[in-house]
Design a protein around this ligand. Sequence first.
Ligand code: ADP
Ligand code: MG
Length: 252
Amino acid sequence: MAMIAFEAVTKTYGIPGSRRPTLDAVDVQIGPGEFVLLTGPSGSGKTTMLRLILALERPDSGTVFVGGRDVHRLTSGSMPFLRRNFGVVYQDLGLVPEVSVRENVRWAVEVQELKRRVVRARTQVALELLQLAEVAELPVGSLSSDIQQRVAIARALAGEPAVVLADEPTSALDGHYAHLVLDLLARLASRGTTVVLASRSPLVTGYARAGRVLQLRDGTLRPTARTVIHEFNSVRDFGPIAGASDATGASE
Ligand code: ADP
Ligand code: MG
């Protein structure tokens, strides 16, 4: 079963019919453990697709399925269950500036209702994966935008979600950290996490290890022949990511 599916999804901002739809009868199926790059020019609807998956937007017509369920027919009671399966990197990050890096990440793990020891351990692993250990006790608001972006990524991954949705997650990062993040996401996908990465950065869209590249243009989603811009060998070892493959089963 597809982890995420769009069936004839049309979305127009404003009055439907009054202007061209942002998404025009989009069909796509994304399987568990797939690594999908969603590309397309600014304003092509990448963020809109992610918001539809999270049920933050409602389609004009068509259906968005997550784990086989129509996300717009979930009761409000099962919405937290859906959200718990997602790790999301929002384009505007959405961090709490006054509290520490560690607290920002830890709060995201706490919603999983795990033992305190496990919460602490997962938080620490995520901080180390994103090379944030040295700044862990500093307030997020005191840090530069590239570090804040890594905190948002650590927060999205720390709960070991079944699905990671990342909206322009490398926009503030230099090449070194952008590659670190891409390798990390590829590795999570190889262990069963479904990853959808929306970006118009050439560095990201040329990433050699992505499973599938989908391009949005004029409201339509099409598979694209990939131009490999940055081919690189990654032998970095991120260490074990406990439970990453188990998490897939949690959303069935
Ligand atoms: P992308 O992420 O690819 O840059 P978006 O999904 O953010 O694209 O936006 C797609 C189109 O929808 C753009 O034309 C944008 O102006 C429009 N749009 C997005 N969100 C809103 C909104 N809340 N209200 C009105 N128009 C919107
Ligand atoms: Mg966007």
